[in-house]
Design a protein. Structure first.
Length: 275
């Protein structure tokens, strides 16, 4: 079921909601939306959580804007959490992982636990790197734009992207390319600093695929400064573990959010009572 809300800044934000249990907010990455990013883990997560999967700008019924920032989209998620009205678990993938970190910084005391899956490192997507991609979009070559992003920037082996291109999963990726262009522009101008998040007061799980080029992501930089963080490598996976190995991925998420609650959740509750 897809619902909508309007933020204090007048932005219409839509989100899908399903399942039952503790509140879990999902923030998708580029080349996907609130449905496609999570479609393979949905049957597992909905058995354990009440899920709110936000559709970022240009997806679903959320306003399509240009020139927006990572902070702008994080504030869209903040509006959703305030509408929920209680602390939540929060999970962000790729671009959505950067959003999730900013949300956790802005909403201290509202995020019970945070999962971030491979937020890109600073400088990965530069203005120079964007030029050939933007040239493809000017001539409407959205398929080539998506292909170039995965192979040239994320360094996914060409053979793997070709295999993906031959499946039904490629069509929604290309359909999302126009909105994803705005994601790349926002990341290119985002001044990421791991130190900003050095005093986050919630437990954080930093997921990374064992097959991902680790230097492309901020995982280790965040692990070095976060006060309560752990890294978990998803065996045999790269940047899309929730799609390529949904049971493995869901197990990681459920274990962190639900099976390790005792000490961390007690501390979280105590902090909220004091505040």
């Amino acid at each position: 079921m897809r619902k909508r809300l309007t933020t204090a800044n007048g932005i219409t934000v839509s989100y899908s909601t399903w399942g039952s249990g503790p509140r879990l907010v999902l923030v998708h990455g580029a080349f996907s939306d609130d449905v496609t990013n999570w479609e393979f883990v949905k049957p597992i997560l909905e058995e354990r959580f009440t899920v709110y999967a936000v559709a970022r700008r240009g997806r679903g019924e959320t306003d399509a804007t240009t020139g927006h920032t990572v902070e702008d989209e994080a504030r869209d998620v903040v509006a959703l959490i305030k509408a929920i009205g209680e602390p939540v678990f929060l999970l962000g993938h790729s671009y959505g992982a950067h959003c999730g970190l900013v949300v956790a910084d802005l909403m201290r005391g509202w995020i019970r636990k945070l999962v971030v899956y491979e937020p890109a490192r600073p400088g990965l997507i530069t203005r120079e790197a964007m030029l050939p991609l933007e040239n493809l979009t000017r001539s409407g070559q959205w398929d080539e734009f998506a292909f170039s992003f995965f192979t040239d920037l994320l360094r996914v082996p060409v053979v793997e992207v070709e295999q993906l291109r031959a499946t039904p999963l490629w069509t929604p990726i290309v359909s999302d390319a126009k909105a994803s262009l705005e994601d790349l522009k926002a990341i290119a101008q985002y001044a990421f600093s791991a130190e900003r998040f050095g005093s986050l007061n919630c437990p954080v799980l930093l997921q990374i695929g064992s097959e991902s080029p680790r230097n492309l992501y901020t995982t280790d930089a965040l692990a070095a400064v976060l006060p309560d963080a752990r890294i978990e490598s998803l065996s045999g996976q790269a940047h899309e573990g929730m799609t390529t190995a949904p049971e493995l991925y869901a197990e990681s998420v459920i274990r962190f959010f639900l099976a390790e609650n005792s000490v961390a959740e007690a501390q979280f509750s105590a902090k909220r009572q004091v505040s």
